[in-house]
Design a protein around this ligand. Sequence first.
Ligand SMILES: [Zn+2]
Length: 108
Amino acid sequence: MKKWQSKEEFKARVRTWAKKIDVNVRVISIRVMKNKWASFTVQSRLLIFNAELLKVDKKLGDYVIVHELLHFAVPNHGRLWKSLMRAHLGDYEGLEASLRKLRDSSIV
Ligand SMILES: [Zn+2]
């Protein structure tokens, strides 16, 4: 299992994914959140990630990052979103299950 070294490393990864997915993110913030892994605001192009993500496997961080970034273009978890998740992450459902197990959080 590989963990993130710092907030900066995590944010750099978000920027890399944002470029790849072609999403224009303005602000990336990492803070303590109670019930969510992440949240975003389309209008202000703001992405907030739960600081707990820094303590878990990078793969799970990737899952949450891609999950949120795709929501900029696809607001639901429908067929298009699922096929994009698969294209970027492969077995994303496995990652989703691991995250659920880790903590009973609901992802936006
Ligand atoms: Zn979602």
